[in-house]
Design a protein around this ligand. Structure first.
Ligand code: F3S
Length: 776
């Protein structure tokens, strides 16, 4: 039997620095001449370092949007088990005794769903043992709160414990904005940004544009916050939120629970939004009380009274959308894309028409929960439907899986009889983890067959859930998923249609009902899942990495190419010239390589395997100038590394576009890349490369790109004035290129390097700078 834990005691690190934020807001007001500010601007600007200097640059704060980068002070960081590995391995090399901001690690993505919670957890812990051990030991050493496998999904745990009004937090997962449901700004980032937060390096964000979504009216009893976002995604499409924050307002918000706001901000990721935000309200206060954080509630109330947690009257937005909740119907979105939305009445009518369908009418599986929809309120409302059916002796007609978002929710719904109802109607409770949402679903049924599943999750790209490209995956609210599971068919509209109960009489669902929060409070569940009592660093802890491991490897700090009095580079060789598009996926492929996220030498075997060689026009092909032999790019790069031969990469336009994946910078650097010269560079890739100590240059004349070939010997001229301490940032660098026939070319370049970037490159990496400062 499981030992029930006492509720975790409130730790002061969970309280946002309200006084500092309010002081900063006052400064912002002065610098911006009291221009009306949106809520998103208030939270962002009160986290800007040097607001006097940074914000003074704009006459009108709107001029910042989409143009200026804000150097931000982050309050908190959360990392999931897959992305935490490289972030922590990097952090370990900088020699700091503890993280600069409160941080947490969550073991959730690596748990596979197969037979049910207990067995699945056991198996996943066994197969990922070394990764979990590493994360746990590193967390202990540096004072990070470690949430063990089984404790729950990162976003639900963050919501229950850390998300707080006015906070600026980062998370290494795209659905981090879930936490914004609690009135903060929570943003999903890559590992390099996580390292910024862990080391208190200013985190830079391009000032987002603002979309105001104004809600009026009230939801009908079958409608849920999930339907608001399913509807909004269809209006904005999957790209409509890029570079924007969605700021909600209006009387329609008043009747929504805080966890419903979290569902809406969670799926803001589906329109590509930076994040979403909501002004502080009573529902957030109730949720803070229920989750043992009355101190945060009191602080938030004080900050709200002084104007930090709501938009000013007259705040300006770049676009405004109004949704009248009175007119909204439950939606079904999909298949294969979250922005294809149909109202349930239209969907079920269409499903009846065999000619309009390219898939079977029967539902093969119904799944509820995940980080998107596993609040107490969600599960209570679902169980109210299941109970109605149970009372008439009915069972679900397809497999019905429930993924609780956290141990706290799991234990509380079990105590309150919700789980028992779900199980009595034929449901199965999976582990508190991502499971089928991220393809960690060892599904035996329907493999290779056309079939339809209905989930309350957030994403429905082809093959995402079960790896079967023929699985049509539709998204809906958990209530609709539950009700439709009893029909087992897609032409059933629970709002209007009846089913036949075992007694032969018709059965029609009444609308779902459920408590917003558990009347008897939450119970934390099993003690072993809670992080250690206080996030104090334990410097004596040894970090567990088996030297023979294929999944984890200590990172060795990169060396510097410069020394006192030597600030030019020479003897470099061009590895290859890349043609056309080269995204982070081309530089560091995902898929099966993901298991090596914590093992740089193994992962580096995929370096640039998607890149096209401009001289041979072949993908993943390079020629080693010394042997004249053609080989894969990683093999040639490895040969250069073995000869201690530093190299230059020549790239085309927008090198490194795509995700913020830091491996795309780490891997070339690991093999000895010292300079990347390109026609243009994607900004995040450029920053990531500089952080790893790679000098990034741009061709002054784009046509010079053609002039450098594999094997050319390259040195720099004019780098010294730029690179020496306190050097001249206006200095320009010339690449001196010696061809095999002895001909010498001089190629002018330009750059956008700042003083900090130069310091990083001179030291060999940004982490080396931090380590030097820490040991001074
Ligand atoms: Fe996990 Fe799926 Fe959420 S992968 S974090 S449950 S989107």
């Amino acid at each position: 039997s499981l030992a029930t834990a006492a509720p975790p005691t409130f730790h002061p690190t969970r309280l946002p620095p309200y006084q500092t934020l309010l002081n900063n807001l006052e400064t912002v007001r002065k610098v911006t001449d009291n221009q009306p500010l949106s809520l998103a601007e208030k939270i962002l600007f009160s986290h800007v370092r040097n607001p006097e200097e940074v914000l003074a640059r704009a006459g009108n704060v709107r001029d910042f949007r989409g143009k200026e980068y804000l150097p931000l002070k982050v309050d908190r960081l959360a990392m999931q088990d897959a992305s935490a590995q490289m972030a922590l391995l990097q952090f370990m090399t900088c020699g700091l005794p503890q993280t600069a901001v409160p941080a947490s690690v969550h073991c959730d993505h690596l748990i596979q769903a197969f037979e049910g919670a207990e067995a699945d957890l056991k198996r996943s812990i066994a197969s990922n043992h070394e990764v979990f051990k590493f994360l746990e030991s590193a967390s202990k050493k540096y004072g990070i709160e470690f949430w063990a496998p089984g404790s729950g999904i990162i976003h639900q745990i963050v919501l229950e414990n850390y998300a707080a009004p006015g906070l600026l937090m980062l998370g290494t997962d795209s659905h981090t904005p879930n936490a914004s449901g609690m009135g903060c700004l929570a943003i999903g980032v890559g590992g390099a940004d996580a390292v910024d937060a862990l080391t208190d390096t200013p985190w830079e964000l391009l000032t987002p544009r603002l979309l105001n979504v104004h809600l009026t009216g009230t939801l009908s009893p079958w409608c849920t916050p999930k339907d608001i976002i399913l509807h909004l995604v269809s209006r904005l499409t999957v790209r409509g939120g890029t570079g924007r924050i969605v700021e909600y307002s209006g009387p329609g918000l008043e009747s929504l629970p805080a966890t419903g706001l979290a569902t809406m901000s969670n799926m803001g990721a589906e329109v590509g939004a930076t994040t979403s935000c909501f002004g502080y309200n009573d529902a957030m206060g109730r949720y803070l009380d229920a989750t043992g954080r009355s101190e945060v509630k009191a602080g938030a109330q004080g900050a709200a009274a002084r104007g930090l947690l709501s938009a000013d009257k007259g705040a300006e937005y770049d676009e405004r959308i109004e949704i009248n909740l009175d007119t909204l119907e439950p939606c079904l979105n999909g298949p294969f894309t979250p922005d294809l939305s149909t109202s349930i009445s239209e969907y079920t009518t269409r499903a009846k028409d065999a000619k309009a369908r390219d898939h079977p009418l029967e539902l093969s599986a119904a799944l509820i929960g995940s980080c998107t929809n596993s609040s107490y309120n969600d599960l209570a409302r679902c169980s109210s439907l299941a109970k109605q059916a149970l009372d008439r002796g009915m069972k679900v007609k397809c497999s019905f899986d429930v993924t609780p978002g956290s141990e706290q929710v799991r234990a509380t719904v079990e105590r309150d009889g919700i789980t028992s109802i779900m199980e009595q109607v034929g449901g199965r409770v999976l582990a508190n983890a991502c499971g089928p949402c991220i393809g960690q679903w060892d599904r035996k049924e329907c493999q290779g067959e056309e079939n339809v599943i209905l989930t309350s999750f957030n994403r429905n790209f082809r093959s995402r859930n079960d790896g079967n490209s023929k699985t049509h995956n539709m998204l809906a609210s958990p209530e609709i998923v539950t009700a439709m599971a009893f029909a087992g068919r897609l032409d059933f509209n629970p709002m209007t249609d009846s089913l036949t109960a075992p007694d032969g009489k018709p059965f029609k669902f009444d609308p779902p009902v459920g408590e917003e929060l558990p009347t008897n409070g939450f119970t934390p569940g099993e003690a072993a899942y809670l992080p250690f009592p206080a996030p104090e660093p334990q410097p004596d802890v040894e970090i567990a990495i088996d030297p023979t491991s294929t999944r984890l490897e200590h990172l060795q700090p990169f060396g510097s190419a410069f020394s006192e009095g030597k600030y030019e580079l020479d003897g470099l060789r061009c590895l290859m010239r890349i043609k056309g598009k080269c995204t982070t996926d081309h530089i560091s492929a995902a898929g099966p390589w993901l298991k090596y996220k914590g093992h740089l030498s193994n992962l580096a075997e995929n370096t640039l395997i998607g890149a096209t060689n401009a001289e041979t026009d072949r993908v993943n092909s390079a020629v080693d100038y010394e042997t004249g032999k053609e080989d894969t790019i990683p093999n040639v790069a490895k040969a250069f590394k073995a000869r201690n031969q530093p190299w230059v990469l020549v790239a085309d336009h927008n090198y490194g576009e795509g995700s913020a994946r830091e491996h795309a910078a780490l891997q070339p650097r690991f093999f000895g890349c010292q300079v990347i010269v390109a026609r243009s560079l994607a900004r995040i890739a450029e920053t990531n490369l500089r952080k790893q100590g790679v000098l990034t240059l741009l061709f002054a004349n784009e046509s010079d790109y053609e002039l450098i070939s594999a094997g050319d010997e390259i040195s720099t001229k004019g780098l010294e004035p730029l690179m020496k301490p306190n050097g001249d940032l206006t200095a320009q660098v010339t690449l001196v290129v010696r061809k095999p026939d002895g001909k010498v070319l001089e190629i002018p370049t330009k750059h956008t390097l700042s003083k900090a970037h130069i310091d990083w490159i001179r030291a060999g990496s940004a982490l080396n700078v931090i380590r030097e400062q820490a040991t001074q």
